[in-house]
Every structure is written in structure tokens, then in C-alpha cells.
Design a protein around this ligand. Structure first.
Ligand code: 7TS
Length: 420
């Protein structure tokens, strides 16, 4: 057999995922909380930062910082080059065809608000319709409600089944001649359900409707290719992606972005200003008014370099193994009700524990050094659908280990003993 034959390639086992080597890159994973080694299972809220990203931020602040896109001096040129290089890194990370289609925002929330103001307020009128889903995070609901209130547009909602999967068979019936936009999360933050966004985009496009994908919970966990999805907009946050807070991305197709109105006015987003007339800058700068979070953008560039070096496929495989193990362990505990059992899931476990309020679960787990989130997870329509006020949520990242799952399960047993 030829050494490079496809058969040999398929037969080769995936390289082992060395989680201990990866954990060593994350200084915060070495700390103790309440005298116990930290077990960080709140990654859906925010993930932790590896040393190479921290080092990149320090290098920027110590040798490269100045304002960008303005001066001819060396530091300004360095900072501009690093900032624009970060844009190119993000472009490649999501396989956007054109670097001008990558807009830096403060995060997913701002990216969605940018689409609401830039696209929605320009093109959506009274009687028009926006399709959302029950699974959306509040940040992909409230901006559209604000727009609906302002314009008289209507919101229609695609429901979910008892497993927390979208009722795809009901999707097409939601379209009408007045449908102007579909907004859908790629992965649910509250349940972990992975939505069939590629299929949904194809169906929406059949009706001539653009799709905004909220990718906040997908980009950190799955390989994402915006050209393959063919979505019109894709939003995500840096701080869930091993990067800094205060930075995120809106990907948008150039033809749409060029037709949209700016979201914020100010410096850098103009070509010429007089009191008679202002000419806006070209994309992406038209949407980046004022001094952007330069350091954060450069840090995010370093974060996607780090994730690429680990490999998004390898990350997805390891997290899937964590999900399977943790699901089995939790299902074996009496009194645990898993909320969200979609066939396609990211490594998020939302659950209730009989007779114990989630806030008490969270507080007691913290005493064991375990960080989970409790509450409605900014997804109250999901909580309402399952008739629970709140859940406890353990959300995993690629630096979590099987041992972390064991600590969580032991912690839950102790909680049950306290409340027995
Ligand atoms: N969309 C989804 C799907 C999210 O999970 C979040 C944050 C956002 C949007 C907003 O992101 P931001 O960076 O602009 O705040 N989700 C969560 C969470 O699950 N727990 O805390 C924040």
C-alpha cells in the first residue's frame, strides 16, 4: 500500500489528547478555591486564558501600544499592524472569504445590536416579521423586541421539543412574504443543543431571508466555517474563546454590510466630515467608531492561534467524550433531572436536583472548589418551556478532565447528603 493512501490515513488513530499538558498552559487552573483545587465548569459564561495569550497582551502593552489608524510614528504603525493582523487571524479561524467582513465589536451582544441597528432599523418596517427560536439567549431576543416596539414588526418563535431540540418541521410554516430576518443560536447556552443552522440557512435563503447566527457557544467548541454555513451574519465573543473580555466579532457578508447604516458615529468610521455632509468609511471601519479595544483584539488573535494549535476537531472530540462520561455519571445519580437531552449536544449539562434550589447547589459546590452557574442563564423562555425557574449548569471546555467530572459528581453527592 502506498504510504499516503487514503486507507492508511483513515486507519490512523486520532492523536491522544493530552489534557494535562494543556492544563499546564492555564495558570488559573492551578489555583485553589476554598482550600480545594479549582474545578472550573462555568465555561459557557466565560472561559480561562492560556499563558501564550497573557504573554501576547503583556508584549503589546510593554512594546507596541499606541492608538491605531492615525499616526505615522513607529508605535502607531506597530499597533495598527497587530490589530489588523488579528482581524486576518479571525477571518481564517471562521473561514470568512474576505477580511473586511470581520468587524470587531465588544462581544456577541454588541454584534447582534449592530445588526439590529444597521440592518433592522434600515430595512424592517411595520408588519414585517423576524423569526427567532425558544432557545435564544436574551441578547438575541431583546434587541429584536426593541426593534419590534419601535417599528411595529412582529416576532415569530420556532419552538423546541422535550429534548431541547428545535422543531424543525415547523420552521418553514413560520415564513411569510413579510419575513425579513431569521435569528438563531448555533449552540444553546442553557442546554447545549447544537442546532442544524446550515439546513436552516438553506431553507431561509429559499425564501430570500437572511440569517443571523449567534455563535457565542459554538465557536469555542466546534470548527466553524461561515462559508459552509452560508449564514449572512455570525456573532461571537472573545471571552468565551480563551481571549479577553470587551472584544467580539460580527462576521457579515460584504454586500449586506455595505448596504447597512453605521451603528455608532465617531472617529475612524468616516472618510470626510463637514457640517454639510459626512462620508462614511468603507467596511469594516464603518462599524468600528472610536478607539477600539486594540489590546483585546490582539489578545483574541493570539487566542485563536492557540486554539488552532490545539485543533478545533481535537477540542470537539475531547469535549464530546467529557459530555458522554458526565451525562452517564449524572444520570446514575438519583434525584437528578437533566434538562436538555438533544441528540446533538455541546458539553453543557443543565440539571435540577430534587428538593434543592440550584443556588444552594452552586453555593455548596463552591465550597468544594467547583465553579458552576446557577440561574436562568439569560434564557428565560427555555426555563419557562421546561417549567423550571432555574437550573444548575456545568459547562465544559477542552482543558477539563474526566477527573473534573468525578469531582463534580462527588460534590453533588455531598449536596444530597446535606439536604437528605
Ligand atoms: N449568546 C449566547 C448564546 C450566549 O451564551 C451569550 C452569553 C451571549 C450571547 C452574550 O454574550 P456576551 O459576551 O455579549 O455577554 N452567555 C452567557 C452564559 O451562558 N452565562 O453567562 C453568559
Amino acid at each position: 500500500m502506498n504510504a499516503r493512501s487514503p486507507e492508511m490515513h483513515l486507519a490512523a488513530p486520532a492523536p491522544a489528547f493530552d489534557v494535562e499538558r494543556i492544563r499546564a498552559d492555564f495558570p488559573i487552573l492551578q489555583i485553589e478555591v476554598e482550600g480545594k483545587p479549582l474545578v472550573y465548569l462555568d465555561n459557557a459564561a466565560s472561559s480561562q486564558m492560556p499563558q501564550p495569550v497573557i504573554d501576547r497582551l503583556v508584549r503589546y502593552q510593554t512594546t507596541e501600544h499606541a492608538n491605531i489608524h492615525r499616526a505615522v510614528h513607529t508605535l502607531s504603525e506597530r499597533a495598527t499592524a497587530a490589530y489588523e493582523e488579528a482581524r486576518t487571524k479571525l477571518q481564517h479561524f471562521i473561514n470568512a472569504p474576505d477580511r473586511r467582513e470581520v468587524i470587531f465589536t465588544s462581544g456577541t451582544t454588541e454584534a447582534i445590536n449592530l445588526v439590529m441597528h444597521g440592518y433592522g432599523r434600515k430595512f424592517i418596517r411595520a408588519g414585517d416579521e423576524i423569526i427567532l427560536t425558544t432557545l435564544e439567549h436574551h441578547s438575541n431576543i431583546v434587541p429584536w423586541q426593541m426593534l419590534a416596539e419601535e417599528t411595529g414588526a412582529r416576532i415569530r418563535v420556532l419552538p423546541i421539543n422535550d429534548a431541547g431540540e428545535l422543531c424543525l418541521d415547523q420552521f418553514e410554516a413560520l415564513f411569510s412574504a413579510r419575513t425579513k430576518l431569521v435569528g438563531v443560536g448555533h449552540v444553546s447556552n442553557a442546554l447545549g443543543s447544537i442546532n442544524p443552522v446550515k439546513q436552516m440557512v438553506a431553507l431561509a435563503h429559499k425564501h430570500g431571508v437572511p440569517v443571523l447566527v449567534d455563535g457565542a457557544q459554538a465557536v469555542p467548541h466546534l470548527p466553524v466555517d461561515v462559508q459552509d454555513l452560508d449564514c449572512d451574519f455570525y456573532a461571537f465573543s472573545g471571552h468565551k474563546l480563551c481571549g479577553p473580555t470587551g472584544i467580539g466579532v460580527l462576521y457579515g457578508k460584504a454586500a449586506l454590510l455595505e448596504n447597512m447604516q453605521p451603528f455608532k458615529g465617531g472617529g475612524d468610521m468616516i472618510l470626510a466630515v463637514s457640517f454639510e455632509k459626512t462620508t462614511y468609511n468603507t467596511i469594516p471601519h464603518k462599524f468600528e467608531a472610536g478607539t477600539p479595544p486594540i489590546a483585546a483584539a490582539i489578545g483574541l488573535g493570539a487566542a485563536v492561534d492557540y486554539l488552532s494549535s490545539v485543533g478545533m476537531q481535537a477540542i470537539a472530540r475531547h469535549e464530546h467524550a467529557l459530555l458522554q462520561y458526565a451525562t452517564g455519571q449524572l444520570q446514575a445519580l438519583a434525584g437528578v433531572r437533566l434538562i436538555g437531552t438533544a441528540a446533538h449536544k455541546a458539553a453543557v449539562l443543565s440539571f435540577t436536583l430534587d428538593g434543592v434550589h440550584p443556588h444552594d447547589v452552586g453555593t455548596l459546590l463552591n465550597q468544594d472548589g467547583i465553579a458552576v452557574r446557577t440561574g436562568h442563564h439569560c434564557a428565560q423562555p427555555v426555563m419557562a418551556r421546561f417549567k423550571v425557574p432555574a437550573t444548575t449548569r456545568a459547562s465544559f471546555a477542552f482543558y477539563n478532565s474526566m477527573a473534573d467530572v468525578d469531582v463534580l459528581v462527588a460534590g453533588l453527592r455531598s449536596v444530597q447528603k446535606v439536604f437528605a
